[in-house]
Design a protein around this ligand. Structure first.
Ligand code: PRP
Ligand code: URA
Length: 208
């Protein structure tokens, strides 16, 4: 089963609490999401392989560690996943960026893709981003689509998740590690995460 990483760093928890507050402005919400995504990027890259290259400091030669391996792909689930891209790019400016457009009918809960564009390199690590992991349906469908397309290494980065959402992803995609800022209590009857932070897309883009 994929590992669940809940990033309980005090700075992340503090920033997330401000995001949850319904009085927090769109501008602040967006800024905090970007900052937390950057911290999450620090954790999700922790096991990246290093190679050693000889360099010369002003004082002597040394074998210096440098990142090995291919550049990663950041793949946001639209819309809300877009809010995590800039923070991750701050840490990994050369990363490639894909886009996975998904809609979810709030009445019928039916889901589908309206856009899918990924960079080349099926052997690259894909960091799939979406602030909210509620029922887990969107994340599972996006992961299935990536796998069907040939991507084999996928990590899921979400801000807030329900236990149900985590369980579904772990059952359907046991090879995918999940990174969260918070594992929340559950879902309400409209499949919103409790206590959650409301509709992430609306709060990022000011559409309500
Ligand atoms: C939200 C969220 C996830 C999905 C989570 O997107 O960003 O993609 O719902 O729900 P699930 O785990 O039950 O599938 P939404 O459909 O509201 O679209 P938006 O990002 O365009 O606002
Ligand atoms: N999508 C959101 O934006 N928020 C939730 O709580 C659940 C799904």
């Amino acid at each position: 089963m994929g590992t669940l990483h809940v990033l309980d760093h005090p700075l992340i928890q503090h920033k997330l609490s401000i995001m949850r507050d319904k009085e927090t402005s769109t501008m602040k919400f967006r800024e905090l999401l970007r900052e937390i995504a950057m911290f999450m990027g620090y954790e999700v890259t922790r096991d990246f392989p290093l190679t050693y290259e000889e360099i010369e400091t002003p004082l002597m030669k040394m074998n210096a560690p440098k990142l090995a391996g291919k550049k990663v792909i950041i793949a946001p689930i639209l819309r809300a996943g877009l809010g995590m891209v800039d923070g991750l790019l701050t840490l990994m400016p050369s990363a490639r960026v894909g886009h996975i457009g998904m809609y979810r009918d709030e009445e019928t809960c039916e889901r589908g893709f309206y856009y899918y564009k990924m960079p080349k390199g099926k052997d690259r690590l894909v960091l799939l981003t979406d602030p909210m992991l509620a029922t887990g349906g969107s994340a599972c469908d996006a992961i299935a689509r990536l796998k069907a397309d040939g991507y084999t290494q996928i990590r899921l980065l979400c801000l807030v998740a329900s236990p149900q959402g985590v369980k579904v992803v772990q059952e359907q995609h046991p090879d995918v590690d999940i990174y969260l800022a918070s594992l929340d209590e559950g879902l309400n009857d409209k499949n919103y995460i409790l206590p959650g932070l409301g509709d992430a897309g609306d709060r990022i883009f000011g559409t309500k």
